[in-house]
Design a protein around this ligand. Structure first.
Ligand code: TRP
Length: 446
């Protein structure tokens, strides 16, 4: 393998559980705690949850296994992981462009993710005074109408992300997820218990688990599949990059199930933290993206100990966002560092600076640029569209096709071992996943 020898190596995770912690950290983010509840809320609750679960099982997990397989096999960043696999199977070198498009998607997502995560940090302080806030919609307006305010928190968040990644795999990412993930689990359980006490828990359960299929249309499928991709961090190489640091004796199949289950569990627990208090204070579950910034604040405003519980909720969101954002930056930094274009530190600075600059457009789309539209979308929505509606599904579909059709079984089994469901996985990755993603991808343009 000549390609690999020319690359600087990154080393491996030390702890046995680190991959699971890091990949779960990547998966669990704004997508779970902010996105999942509001999408379930606007798509009729239980029916959406059911379709979402199917997408995770049928499309998400098979692709996740493929990403880990490609990453661990090469031990390199996604671009070179694809290059090496293409080389070893005498396939076209163009496959590496899937890696490149992933790096681009990661930077695009990071740019606006950081703006929203910045608002979460800001809300830790705002929620501490939630009892004094009369109108939370107005408060949200006030927060987002100031370019300086948004840029300040955006800068802080992206700085934290770059700082962690610059410290490297062991002293940066591994150390952080070992602290952040247990904290996140603890805070989330605390929030669910508190909502069960303060809120209307039964109504929330009914809303999330009693499917109402009248609300289902093709849009529901599109939304559920997009959410599954985004939530599992698939299609751009986050999981592939983390897989590259996974020791060889760890089991790819069971690990993927653990990460997928934990991610889904957190999304559902987030729903059980949010909806009970939404219902208890007679608010509608389908308020959309404003659900966690506006409706939740109104609820905390009326709640006993709201000034204490509110900040905890937003600390939870911030932690979840941070453990995800590092996985958006890592693939590009790993690429620059292994090619020795720049040191890891300088790469982290340079790439995050680029994402930061791009993020200015998203921050300003709330205020100065609110009338600026690209193809009917403001700047933030446009970035989101390019990454989530185009690059991620395309990336995921191509990864499925590459692994399903171009990599011989024996090469795959060298990494995964011979597992009981191999034939089923192969069927999913070869036929079901690419077709499902393709249909849903194309249907959005019709
Ligand atoms: N999965 C994260 C969330 O739910 C976001 C994220 C991190 C992501 N890395 C990714 C999304 C890679 C898509 C691709 O918030």
């Amino acid at each position: 393998m000549k390609i690999k020898e020319s690359l600087k190596t990154h080393g491996q995770w030390v702890g046995k559980w680190t991959f699971i912690l890091a990949a779960t950290g990547s998966a669990v983010g704004l997508g779970n705690i902010w996105g999942f509840p509001y999408k379930a809320g606007t798509n009729g609750g239980g029916a959406f949850v059911l379709i979402y679960l199917a997408c995770i099982l049928i499309v998400g997990l098979p692709i996740m296994m493929s990403e880990i397989f490609l990453g661990r096999r090469s031990g390199t960043s996604p671009v070179n992981a694809l290059r090496i696999a293409a080389h070893d199977t005498n396939s076209s070198q163009s496959w590496r462009f899937v890696g490149w498009s992933g790096l681009a998607a990661g930077i695009f997502i990071l740019s606006f993710y950081s703006v929203i995560a910045g608002i979460c940090i800001n809300y830790i302080f705002i929620a501490a005074q939630s009892s004094e806030i009369v109108n939370s919609a107005e408060k949200f307006n006030e927060v987002t109408s100031s370019p300086y305010n948004l840029l300040f928190w955006h800068s802080l968040f992206i700085f934290l992300t770059a700082f962690i990644v610059s410290l490297g795999i062991k002293s940066g990412i591994e150390r952080m997820v070992k602290i952040l993930m247990p904290m996140l689990g603890f805070l989330l359980i605390f929030m669910v218990i508190s909502s069960a006490i303060n809120g209307d828990f039964n109504k929330a359960i009914e809303f999330l688990f009693a499917p109402d299929f009248d609300q289902v249309n093709s849009q529901t499928f599109l939304s559920a599949m997009g959410q599954a991709f985004f939530s599992l961090s698939l299609g751009m190489g986050s999981i592939m990059a983390y897989g590259a640091y996974m020791p060889k004796d760890e089991n790819i199949v069971s690990t993927s199930f653990s990460v997928g289950s934990l991610d889904t569990l957190v999304a559902i627990l987030a729903g059980l933290a949010i909806f009970p208090i939404i219902f208890a204070f007679n608010m509608e579950p389908n308020s959309g993206p404003g659900l966690v910034f506006i409706s939740i604040l109104t609820a905390f405003n009326q709640m006993e100990f709201g000034n204490f519980l509110g900040p905890i909720f937003f600390i939870l969101l911030t932690i979840a966002a941070l453990s995800s954002s590092i996985s958006l930056l890592e693939p590009s930094v790993a690429y620059f560092a292994e090619k020795q274009i720049l040191s890891r530190k300088s790469s982290a600075i340079a790439i995050s600076l680029f994402a930061w600059t791009l993020g200015i457009g998203s921050a300003l789309s709330f205020n100065l640029l609110s009338d600026f539209y690209i193809y009917d979308r403001n700047f933030l929505d446009f970035m989101d569209f390019i990454a989530n509606q185009i690059l991620l599904p395309l990336g995921g579909m191509l990864i499925a096709i590459f692994v399903g059709w171009f990599i011989p079984d024996n090469l795959i089994k060298e990494e995964t071992g011979d597992f009981a469901l191999f034939k089923l996985w192969k069927f999913f990755i070869k036929f079901v996943a690419p077709t499902a993603v393709f249909i849903i991808f194309v249907s959005q343009f019709i």
